[in-house]
Write a protein that binds this ligand. Structure first.
Ligand code: SAH
Length: 257
């Protein structure tokens, strides 16, 4: 059969180029770039899905979710570290600095410790809690119910970890395990405390924590990405503890990059 003119033109246009070696390595390179991009996009998608889940369920549900498939935890933390790498400053480092500026004899509870960076960077005794433990030093539990004794720690840390819809129960647990005058250090995503964009009123949040039995000692809104809210546990139990009005904390959903 005779080749039509248009087919001949097509063959000439798309046919094999002269320099086969360099073009096939170019094709290999671009297909591996493509696969890398696909993998990054898929893992980014998985991260965002797990992240949304953690912000929209209770701690109890989150614990069961990770128990069913602990590999989701690594997937979450790979995506989390990727997001954090775009932040000019990491809040966990500010808390590490705070601890280093205070006595290393202070006993610390790190609620929602992630990769336990805090414990690895200070001399203090640190109890690290998270939903999954790949590291023997991390205690796997829902942090609304830790195995710590009442009034047993000097510092309770929540670094970007007030995720569950039942977050007040995490703060109640921190209040239970803290000694009188113990410190509660909270670092949270700034947009969650911006009432102009649907975030909580920081005054209402602080008032709720005060009603739980704390005094505010620091409110720092100077960082672009996160707020720092530090409190001290009151010596005496609060009579206002019942019927505390907690604001809703909206989820922090990361955009596709
Ligand atoms: N504090 C760490 C990790 C922050 S990511 C840091 O600053 O690097 C938030 C962590 O909180 C996640 O690892 C998540 O698994 C944990 N978390 C969320 N809800 C939890 C719960 N109910 N109990 C225990 N850990 C929880």
């Amino acid at each position: 059969m005779k080749e039509t003119k248009s087919r001949k033109r097509q063959r000439e246009k798309h046919g094999r180029p002269q320099n086969m070696a360099s073009s096939s390595s170019k094709i290999k390179k671009s297909s591996s770039d493509f696969l890398d991009k696909m993998r990054a996009r898929l893992s980014g998608g998985h991260f965002r899905m797990i992240n949304e889940k953690l912000y929209t369920c209770t701690g109890d549900e989150a614990l069961n979710y990770f128990k069913e498939d602990p590999s989701l935890f690594d997937m979450y933390h790979t995506g989390y570290q990727e997001q954090m790498s775009h932040w000019p400053e990491q809040p966990v480092n500010i808390i590490i600095q705070w601890l280093k500026a205070h006595s290393s004899s202070l006993v610390v509870a790190d609620f929602g410790c992630g990769d336990a960076r805090l414990a690895k960077n200070v001399k203090n005794k640190v109890f690290s809690f998270d939903l999954v433990s790949n590291d023997p030093s991390v205690i796997a539990c829902d942090m609304s119910n830790t195995p710590l004794d009442a009034s047993s720690v000097d510092v309770a840390v929540f670094c970007l970890s007030l995720m569950g819809t039942n977050f007040p129960s995490y703060l109640e647990e921190a209040h239970r395990v803290l000694k009188p005058s113990g410190r509660l250090l909270i670092a949270e995503v700034k947009s969650r405390f911006d009432p102009n964009t649907g975030g909580a009123d920081p005054k209402m949040f602080s008032k709720a924590i005060s009603d739980l039995g704390f005094t505010s000692i620091l409110k720092d809104f100077s960082n672009k990405m996160f707020v720092l809210l530090y409190f001290q546990k009151k010596e005496k139990e609060n009579s206002t503890r019942k019927g505390i009005e907690w604001p809703e904390l909206k989820p922090c959903l990361y955009k596709r990059r």
